[in-house]
Design a protein around this ligand. Structure first.
Ligand code: 13P
Length: 253
């Protein structure tokens, strides 16, 4: 048993308009009452942040964004800055999701700049790492994660372990229906925590929440959450339907 409060996070990716997202958030706010000793976060598209923030008033569900720029403002057409996310009510910001790395050319240096920017504005970065299928097959899983975390978290000073979240999302398990087995995931989470101990110190590393992501569903979440170093889930497809996501956040029952 560990004392870390589980975090169940929904990444809505490029799904739902503002009104659709607000309706789903209202439904989740009703459902979350039945979920015990768990923190819940949803990350809708930028255009839905304010509507979802309003819909979540009075509920314990936290709001997250899916990306950010690293500057506070400037001539960066099409980008969104951390103070804008903060003002929209975000507590978390997902950084370095594999879709951003693979489809939009994000690299570890950019991830690091974004992590610093999010911290500067008092929000919590959810730093995503994970290997591709080819990297796993080549036995490179740990070296890939090592590099992603060392560079992504470079020069991050934490006062509190809750100020950063790491999400392990094996790229081959995202949206594919292939989940890492509980033990495969635990092996990697254990390795990540040991690396965090090296980077942040053992005391802080013991409190950092490490989420698993990749085809998490109501049927597999309990097994994953029973692992000693899996502290939550970053859920894509199965977070879009409020009733399905509610079953995931009630993983204990
Ligand atoms: P799926 O749950 O759809 O596999 O997506 C995982 C993910 O990318 C969450 O960020």
């Amino acid at each position: 048993m560990n004392s870390r409060l589980p975090l169940i996070a929904g990444n809505w990716k490029m799904f739902k308009t503002g009104p659709e997202a607000a309706a789903a958030a209202r439904e989740l706010a009703r459902e979350v009452a039945g979920a015990q000793a768990v923190e819940v976060m949803i990350a809708p598209p930028f255009t839905a942040l304010e509507a979802v923030h309003a819909a979540l008033q009075g509920s314990a569900i936290a709001l997250g964004a899916q990306n950010t720029h690293w500057e506070d403002s400037g001539a960066f057409t099409g980008e969104i800055a951390p103070p804008m996310l903060k003002a929209a009510g975000c507590r978390f910001v997902i950084i370095g999701h594999s879709e951003r790395r693979q489809l939009f050319g994000e690299d570890d240096r950019g991830v690091n700049r974004k992590v610093h920017a999010v911290r500067r504005h008092g929000m919590v970065p959810v730093v995503c790492v994970g290997e591709t299928e080819a990297q796993r097959d080549a036995g490179q899983t740990f070296s890939v994660l090592d590099k992603q975390l060392r560079l992504g978290l470079e020069n991050i000073a934490l006062g509190n372990p809750l100020d950063v979240v790491v999400a392990y999302e094996p790229v081959w398990a995202i949206g594919t229906g292939k989940t890492a087995s509980d033990h495969q995931a635990q092996e990697v989470h254990d390795r990540i925590r040991r690396l965090l101990a090296e980077l942040l110190g053992a005391d802080l590393a013991a409190g950092v929440r490490i989420l698993y992501g990749g085809s998490v569903k109501p049927g597999n979440v309990a097994g994953l959450m029973a692992m000693p170093d899996i502290d939550g889930a970053l859920v894509g497809g199965a977070s879009l339907d409020p009733q399905t996501f509610a079953r995931i956040m009630r993983f204990r029952s």
